[in-house]
Design a protein around this ligand. Sequence first.
Ligand code: UT7
Length: 350
Amino acid sequence: MTGEETGVARGPDDAAVICGVGYWLPPQVVTNADLCERLDTTEEWIFRRTGISARRVADPGTTTSDLATRAGARALASAPGRQVQAVVLATTTPDRRCPATAPEVASRLGLTGVAAFDVSAVCTGFLYALATATGLIAAGHAEAVLVIAAERFTTLLNPRDRTTVPIFGDGAGAVVVRRGDSAEPGRVGRVFLGSDGGQRDLINVQDGYFQMQGRAVFRQAVERMAEAARLAARAADWRTEDVDKLVVHQANARVSAAVASELGVPENRHTQNIREVGNTAAASIPILLGQSAENGTLLPGDRVLVTAFGGGLTWGATTVVWPELKTTAQMRRRDVRVAQIDPGGGAPVE
Ligand code: UT7
């Protein structure tokens, strides 16, 4: 996977450029009303405190690799003809402890032979994986990389815990990143990443179930995401008024609003999908990018500021000038054949 093997000569203006995007959500919708039937809560509490009305939950037969394979296939379909040399999968819920889930996903996508590994940084996982991909490209180890974030986060939750069940959902999102020119749309800016293991107990899995100290995490999330986003914007030479779209990890609508307010980005430049999908952990950012590209919220040339925060603690931010992309939904509308996705799992995806 060296520059020689991929036939790639590195130049001074090399940059990593997003050239494909896709996402997948499991079909089962669980509404706040559904949760009220089994938890001591109200629809009003959940929506008012989190901004969430519904979330998607994968059925017990669906694995993280199923979700990842579907999202990965869609991202590859939106970058036709692009060969990738690596698959980086961000997940908190791998199919098994050993081996990693990414090689199986790569195989099912027909990519046997490429480098494939998992990255674990909870809700910041996508940005850690994206930084890894841009590094592989910058170092000449790969020409293009498929970055996927996939979570069956609901499997970590205590079904009787009203403080976590309403918040999280399942899903997957992916981007294809290729070598490009620093002036090209799609260019991924410097990715700022951070962590604080001294606060690992604020978000963790104990006695088999996910736990979170909500109020303390809220404060940290706002502070860390705003700080990282400021650094990323500054590195791109953007002022707040230059930001066309703010993409914040969908943890809580109040967290995102507070980050936007800290940064001085107006409400109408703030992209959101938490109402329908809840918090999908690592998958949150690429699902939001994919949906926003598909529904026209993200437009080619938009200066997009992206920031995330999660357990570890971990956080990160970067910038992207949004490229012209064909999403799979748009391609379907235009009757272009896209990847056939195997719903049963296990079989390769064409
Ligand atoms: O994705 C990684 C990053 N995650 C985050 O950034 C999450 C940040 N934190 C949050 O989103 C919020 O803190 C939560 C949504 C988790 C909680 O909201 P909150 O407004 O901070 O509520 P709280 O935890 O302070 O709880 C307030 C009250 C408590 O009752 P008391 O102690 O005041 O009597 C809770 O027991 O609300 C109660 N409560 C509920 N009531 C009805 C907690 N969950 C529920 C519920 N329904 N589902």
